[in-house]
Design a protein around this ligand. Structure first.
Ligand code: GTP
Ligand code: MN
Ligand code: MN
Ligand code: MN
Ligand code: MN
Ligand code: MN
Length: 198
């Protein structure tokens, strides 16, 4: 795969690495903001304990579980729901930059899974009530605004927050690959984002 991206098999062939798996859960929606602006898609991210935005998921215990089993365990802990994520949902993997010279080498895997709007609402409810990690590792789930408001807010303001690792790139790549947003709308949001925060 290109641009430093690894397939699932390529990533697993490295020895001496820790692996972490995260997933973008999303759905279509017909609902409107203020009765007029189409929301189009619900995309779930989370506010992490460290104040950074990221996707649900976490470290895999490789001696005990497959990548997907580890991801599902993390989703159970962080969201309070049992979801089945399969190898087919794997998008890519990459080497995470080392945060300190002594920190262990890490490969982060990214998955996407389309749910129904009803399932997304169940995830939101469980994550705020029965999820073990709610209020601890996970401060709350958030939806990604895909629209741009008249004053340039919406997606552009969302993108100006701080993200963990390459979660921001994972989000932007997914919006284009899954055609959840037109490229020109993304460029508009990124332009406003730079104007407001340069
Ligand atoms: P602990 O149980 O506290 O160890 O957390 P966890 O297992 O839930 O792990 P976490 O979700 O923090 O993910 C593990 C590592 O993967 C993090 O330290 C980050 O380096 C990285 N990471 C976390 N979230 C994301 C994400 O959304 N995208 C990417 N690319 N990397 C992430
Ligand atoms: Mn209102
Ligand atoms: Mn976790
Ligand atoms: Mn996590
Ligand atoms: Mn964990
Ligand atoms: Mn944990």
């Amino acid at each position: 795969m290109a641009n430093g991206q690894l397939s699932r098999a390529e990533a697993l062939a490295f020895s001496g690495y820790r692996h972490a798996c995260h997933v973008m859960l999303y759905s279509d929606t017909k609902s409107l903001l203020f009765g007029r602006t189409p929301i189009k898609h619900v995309i779930l991210m989370q506010m992490r304990f460290d104040g950074l935005l990221g996707f649900p998921g976490g470290f895999v215990n490789q001696s005990q579980e497959s990548l997907e089993a580890g991801l599902c365990r993390e989703l159970q802990e962080e969201l309070g729901v049992a979801l089945s994520i399969s190898e087919d949902d794997h998008v890519d993997a990459r080497h995470a930059p080392r945060t300190a010279p002594c920190s262990p080498r890490l490969i982060t895997h990214f998955y996407v899974k389309k749910l129904t709007e009803e399932q997304i609402k169940e995830v939101e409810q469980a994550s705020a009530s029965t999820a073990r990690d709610h209020g601890q590792e996970v401060l709350g789930m958030v939806r990604v605004p895909l629209y741009t408001t008249k004053n340039g807010g919406g997606l552009s303001s969302f993108l100006s927050h701080a993200f963990i690792g390459n979660a921001r790139t994972q989000l932007l790549d997914s919006l284009l690959r899954l055609r959840l947003l037109a490229p020109e709308d993304l460029h508009k949001a990124l332009k406003h984002s730079m104007k407001t925060h340069a």
